[in-house]
Each structure stands twice: as C-alpha cells, then as structure tokens.
Design a binder for this molecule. Structure first.
Ligand SMILES: *Cc1c(COP(=O)(O)O)cnc(C)c1O
Length: 369
C-alpha cells in the first residue's frame, strides 16, 4: 500500500477532500453504461445545475481537469477566423488565449496588472469596438487572487451576436457564480478547488445560444475527445458510447456536490468570506501584506508578498511541508519568488485551518530569524 503523509492542502489546489468523498471514490466500479450509473450522471448534472445556478440542459462533468473543460469550450465554440477577446490578468487568462488561438481564433487580448481586475466599462468598450464572437474572462484568477466582476458584460457581447465565457474553476461554490442571472453562455470549473473533490473532472455548462453555435459549425471540432456533439450524446441524448466515463470520479463528485448543497451555497460563500477575514487579519499581524487589489481579493486564494528579509522562500515552503505537513503555493509566472498563495478552499476553509496555517507560519518565520 502507498504510505503518504497527510498534508494540509492550502495551496492553489488540490484542496482537502473529506472522508465521505474519499469513501465515495472507493465505491465498487460499475459499468459506464449501467442504468445505475446513468442515474448517478443525471443526479450529478442536476446538482451541477444548482451549483452553477443555471437551467442549462447542457451541463456535465467533462473528463479531465479544469484545463480540459477550458479546451472543450474553446474548441467547440471557436471556428477558424472567429474574432475573440480574452482578458489576461494572470496565468489562466494567458492559457485561455493560447487555447483560443489553437482553436483557430483571431485573438485580441486585454491586459490588467497581475492581482487586479478589469473595469467592466473598459471591457464593454472593447467589446463594442471588436464585436467578438467570443469573449472570455477569468472569474477567480488563482495565480493572482483577483476576483473579476462579471454581472454587466453579457448584453454587450450578445448585442453583436457573440458568446460570453467564464473560467470559474476556483470560484465555483466559494463565491456566487450566477450563470443564468449574468447570462453567461459557457463556463468551466474544476473539482479540486472549492468543490473539494480530487482532480479529474471539469464541470461545464453551456447555454442554448452557445449550443446553437456549436451545432452549426462549418468545420468539425478539432478535438474528437472533447467534441460536445459526441460527449453531449452520452450525457443526455441517446446515451451512445463515446469514451469510458471516469466512473469513480463521478461518484466522488456526486458526494462532493451533495455536501455543497447540504451546506447551502449562501452559507458556503459566507464561510469562505469569514475564514478569509480571519486569515487576513492574522497574516497582516505577522507582517505579510496582500499583493492583490483589496477591493477585488478572492476569499479562497490569498496572494501575499513575502516579507522582507526572507532569502530563500522555496526553503521556507519546504520547511512548512516537512515540519508542518502544510502545503501552500509559491508565486506563479512573473510572481514566482515574490509572492505566496494561501488557499482556503471548500473543506479547507474553516477557522481551525487558519489557526494551523498561522501557527506554522509563525514557527517557520521564527526559525528563519
Ligand atoms: C486550477 C485552474 C485552472 C486549471 O485547472 P487544472 O485542473 O489544473 O487543469 C484553470 N483556471 C483557473 C482559474 C484555475 O484555478
């Protein structure tokens, strides 16, 4: 048997997984065409609709991690030559732009300083200028801790016949994600952030408007594996075999979603907010400062500047891991070596987690001094 330390997962994901989700994962595998598995898929879809706050029929758990969901949307919704607008204020926006390019899009980007968000009026102006067929932004930039407002963008995109796409990998079930209210056409998430499920599935949802575009493509989708026409047929439609569903991962997601809905989304958002405030107060007391825009900081991902005088931040993170079993994230991309990312996601967002983090930090800082 594997013998691994029990880590406290407070980086950018994966997040801690509760025992009942682990038990669900260990439930005996059944066939992916078994009527009992079809029932589980239907329940997963119904729960995802609640968590996304949507009535979209095309709501499913794409096989693969969050990046697979992003590719599913880019590959299906972009045809060669389509004008796309992508917001880049961190690593994940950059990846989205690259995926859109690979799907054949003519990609225009908007950039904001890392840790900051786009003013919605500036986005709307850009949309009116470019009239993109697809505009995509990251709701919760896990590389920078920035929380992008999304509520006012849809009408400008729709006015020109375009689609509005949202990366809600880190926000889903930790912050309000209002697919129908904000008229988001397509969104993707991941299981290992605030849903607190192991990595392996990417919840996605698409509006009828988005599905209309996907179904009326002139060219076939480049990716056979992520072709929504084929995958959608398995998730609803005629249940035709396409690829073998990751059966046990769907059990785990089923349990994770059950936990989320039992708690209630509003309670869960409030808990993330409350626990973030506690961590923030403690970190400021220890001499850390926040590196993200205070007006638009994420509760589940805290981007902090490494205090002056710390020479080797990598060694400190290693110390946290070795001595306290605590995993936090280093800076990503241009923030590497400058910032730390402290995650409080899902099952890892409780007051006692904050106590553990602050204790380990204080001990490690003292050992450094
Ligand atoms: C984690 C993450 C992704 C990528 O998900 P993977 O599961 O690593 O493929 C995309 N976008 C954001 C905002 C993320 O936090």
């Amino acid at each position: 048997m594997l013998n691994l330390p029990v880590r406290k997962l407070h980086g950018p994901g994966p997040s801690p997984v509760s025992d009942s989700v682990l038990r669900a994962l260990a439930t005996p595998c059944i066939g992916h065409m078994d009527p009992e598995f079809m029932r589980i898929m239907n329940e997963v879809r119904a729960m995802l609709q609640q968590v996304f706050r949507t009535e979209n029929e095309m709501t499913l758990a794409c096989s693969g991690t969050g990046s697979a969901g992003a590719e599913m949307l880019m590959d299906n919704l972009i045809e060669p030559g389509d004008v796309c607008l992508i917001g880049i204020n961190g690593v994940f926006g950059g990846r989205l732009a690259e995926k859109a390019r690979r799907a054949g899009g003519i990609v225009h980007t908007m950039e904001a300083p890392w840790g900051y968000v786009f003013d919605q009026d500036a986005i709307i102006d850009k949309i009116n200028e470019l009239k993109p067929t697809l505009a995509a932004f990251v709701h919760a930039e896990t590389s920078t801790g920035a929380h992008q407002p999304f509520d006012r963008l849809a009408s400008s995109v729709h006015k020109h016949g375009g689609l509005l796409v949202m990366d809600c990998v880190t926000s889903l079930s930790g912050l309000p994600v209002e697919i129908d209210k904000w008229e988001i056409d397509a969104a993707y998430s991941g299981t290992q952030k605030c849903l607190s499920c192991p990595p392996g599935l990417s919840p996605v949802t698409l509006s009828d408007r988005a599905m209309h575009k996907a179904k009326n493509r002139k060219s076939p989708v480049n990716s056979w594996y992520l072709d929504l026409g084929l995958v959608g047929n398995y998730w609803s439609g005629n249940r035709a075999y396409h690829h073998t569903a990751p059966v046990n991962m769907n059990y785990a997601l089923h349990e994770a979603l059950t936990i989320v809905l039992d708690e209630g989304l509003e309670n869960r958002f409030a808990r993330h907010r409350r626990v973030h405030e506690k961590l923030k107060a403690g970190l400021l007391e220890q001499g850390f400062s926040y590196a993200s825009d205070p007006e638009h900081s994420l509760p589940m991902l805290n981007l902090v500047n490494i205090p002056e005088g710390i020479e080797n931040e990598g060694a400190m993170r290693r110390h946290l891991l070795d001595e306290f079993n605590l995993e936090i994230g280093g800076g990503l991309g241009k923030l590497a070596g400058k910032c730390w990312r402290v995650g409080l996601m899902g099952h890892g967002a409780y007051e006692e987690n904050v106590d553990d983090i602050l204790y380990a930090f204080s001990q490690t800082l003292a050992a450094q001094a």
